[in-house]
Design a protein around this ligand. Structure first.
Ligand code: PMP
Length: 402
């Protein structure tokens, strides 16, 4: 008998199987709004022009080799990444209370932060994730031994934030729980708290000594403004919270497959920061030994060069504005078609995704009759729409909701 005879079959990953279905489909008007990756208006993957320039610099740099990186990553990279999220004048950075480790993109940053907390600061032992959230949050936090609970987030009636439900959950959670908060461009809903709501959330979190774990996968990609997208994190830091921020450079640098990420941690004192960093490095050593070089070198070059940094911001504006334009176009088509229901949420939501409110049976028709691939929860990636397919998409939606 096999050692593996009792290993159960795991379900296929929803997003990756959707893409497989899309690829196998030969219909000329097929659309993939499942996967969250940016596409140009020609629906092609996008290599940022600034990334091409950084690539050329790397290519011509004869001093580079393939030696191991430091365990926590290159300090020039991790420092620039922390500065990016916390702000160039961050008091916490100046006070020496900020540390970081380079991670395997945002997923690795979530995992490293989760594993660290599970080992050293388990608090109530409960971790709260939004309902709904990025599917990996549950996997990652359960995987390291947290009991994962959900806090209310999406209100299907208003198609906006269930602010009261969220506050109730924060108040009712046992003291010292971990709360995963999406810094901006909430995945999958595209609904973010307003600044006033963030203030209420912070106050409720503080009253219960909860630990804020920000997940920031879309800085600069959401609004096109790096500072605006970092507002929530900086606000919590200004209030004196200790916290983690998982950063991903997959979307905002288009470095999906290069796995460049960072875990920034803000502590109370430089002494705490030093000890935390030492344990992060110990953890990192056993998990990946040291992080991959290529993607982080590109980010390092761009973040540490004024001219390239300015150019990156232009590239970010292009990506975020294309997404915002598609929201407007889809909304306008639905209005023109007099599609039943309210659709203003399409333009009110922000970031890569829109939670359309479409139900699973409607999604089924979209896939089978219209060859439009999206997840059962009605989430669409705006980047899968273009000036050439948005009308076809709107007509299909119009049909399934009638
Ligand atoms: N968190 C959230 C909420 C995300 O949407 C994503 C990207 N899908 C990530 C983290 C991290 O992705 P990656 O590991 O590719 O950086």
């Amino acid at each position: 008998v096999s050692v593996f005879q009792n290993v159960p079959q795991a379900p296929a990953d929803v997003i990756f199987s959707l893409t497989a279905g899309y690829k196998a489909d030969t219909h000329p008007q097929k659309i993939n709004v499942g996967v969250g990756a940016f596409r140009t208006d020609e629906l092609k993957p996008y290599v940022l022009p600034v990334v091409k320039k950084a690539d050329a610099i790397l290519f011509n740099d004869a001093s580079l080799d393939h030696e191991y990186q430091p365990i926590a990553g290159q300090p020039s990279y991790t420092k620039a990444a922390s500065k990016l999220i916390l702000g160039k004048d961050s008091a916490a950075i100046q006070q020496g209370r900020v540390g970081a480790v380079q991670t395997i993109s945002g997923t690795g940053a979530n995992h490293t932060g989760a594993a660290f907390l599970a080992h050293h600061c388990k608090g109530s032992g409960k971790c709260y994730i939004s309902n709904p959230t990025w599917a990996n949050h549950r996997n990652i936090f359960e995987g390291v031994g947290f009991q994962v609970e959900e806090y209310a987030y999406w209100d299907p009636v208003t198609k906006g934030l269930d602010y009261k439900g969220m506050l109730d959950a924060i108040q009712q959670a046992p003291k010292g729980s971990v709360f995963i908060l999406h810094a901006c461009a909430h995945n999958p809903t595209g609904v973010d708290p307003t600044q006033d709501q963030w203030k209420g959330i912070a106050e409720a979190m503080r009253a219960r000594d909860h630990f804020p774990f920000f997940d920031c996968a879309y800085q600069g990609f959401a609004s096109g403004d790096l500072d605006r997208d970092a507002w929530s994190v900086r606000y919590f830091v200004d209030l004196g919270f200790e916290l983690f921020v998982a950063q991903s450079f997959a979307k905002n640098f288009g470095l999906y497959g290069e796995r460049a990420g960072n875990l920034t941690f803000v502590c109370k004192t430089p002494e705490d920061t030093k000890r935390v960093l030492s344990q992060m490095e110990k953890l990192q050593r056993s998990e990946i030994s040291n992080p991959p070089a290529y993607g982080s070198r590109i980010v390092d070059i761009v973040l540490n060069d004024d001219a390239l940094y300015a150019e990156w911001k232009e590239n970010l504006k292009y990506m975020s504005h294309r997404i915002i334009d598609m929201r407007k176009a889809l909304y306008q088509h639905l209005l023109d078609l007099k599609t039943p229901g309210t659709w203003n949420h399409i333009v009110d939501q922000i970031g890569m995704f829109s939670f359309t409110g479409l139900k699973a049976p409607q999604v089924k028709v979209l896939i089978e009759k219209y060859h439009i691939y999206l997840t059962n929860n009605g989430r669409i990636s705006m980047a899968g729409l273009s000036s050439s397919n948005v009308e076809y998409f709107a007509k299909a939606v119009d049909d399934v909701v009638r």
